[in-house]
Design a protein around this ligand. Structure first.
Ligand SMILES: Nc1ncnc2c1ncn2[C@@H]1O[C@H](COP(=O)(O)OP(=O)(O)OP(=O)(O)O)[C@@H](O)[C@H]1O
Ligand SMILES: [Mg+2]
Length: 167
């Protein structure tokens, strides 16, 4: 049995990742968390094995408040598969996105402007997310930075698209 009682996770920058969440999962029950990117699904799961500590509200596993359980022993009882995408962990979201333009010699301002434009395109406000590091994003947000990074070098249009000689 897993039980959340009004559990909240707030990060130091003021982001509320999980807000007063309560639910109970019985033994043998299959549960799926569904919601938009960034809504708090992974945070919720990572709080169950204390990879992330809640800001408030108890979480009980088999009736026991996990705040009082040794995290290593707790994790030995819980299987967990992570989301990964391969961003540079020591570079900000903006710098990750600007990787190829920078490598091919674009001026910093132009590369930064292009990266900001692409972050906007994938639904990440560059003012909010540009200065964050990958470990400060949700998995889907990281995946979207990966897409923005892949698009950032102005790839040539696909053959046939906008090509007057084609078709
Ligand atoms: N260190 C951090 N500082 C500030 N905000 C953070 C930090 N880590 C995560 N967040 C934010 O917490 C929110 C919840 O993230 P979470 O990983 O739980 O989302 P998710 O529902 O799993 O999304 P996805 O479907 O994209 O994987 C996101 O808006 C994310 O930007
Ligand atoms: Mg996630």
């Amino acid at each position: 049995m897993i039980r959340f009682e009004q559990v909240t996770k707030r990060y130091p920058d003021g982001t509320t990742a999980v807000d007063g969440l309560s639910f109970e999962v019985s033994e043998g029950e299959l549960v799926t968390l569904v919601g938009p990117s960034g809504c708090g699904k992974t945070t919720t799961m990572m709080m169950v094995n204390r990879l992330i500590e809640p800001t408030s509200g108890p979480i009980l596993v088999d009736g026991e408040d996990i705040a009082a359980v040794d995290p290593v022993k707790l994790r030995h009882r819980i299987g967990y598969v992570i989301q990964q995408v391969g961003l540079f962990p020591h570079r900000t979201v903006l710098d990750n996105t600007a990787t190829v333009p920078t490598l091919v010699g674009w001026k910093k301002a132009k590369a930064g402007a292009r990266a900001a434009e692409l972050l906007d395109l994938v639904g990440l406000d560059p003012k909010t997310f540009g200065s964050r590091y990958p470990d400060q994003l949700s998995g889907g947000q990281r995946q979207r930075v990966g897409v923005a990074r892949a698009l950032a070098a102005d790839p040539p249009p696909a053959f046939g698209r906008g090509d007057p000689q084609c078709c």
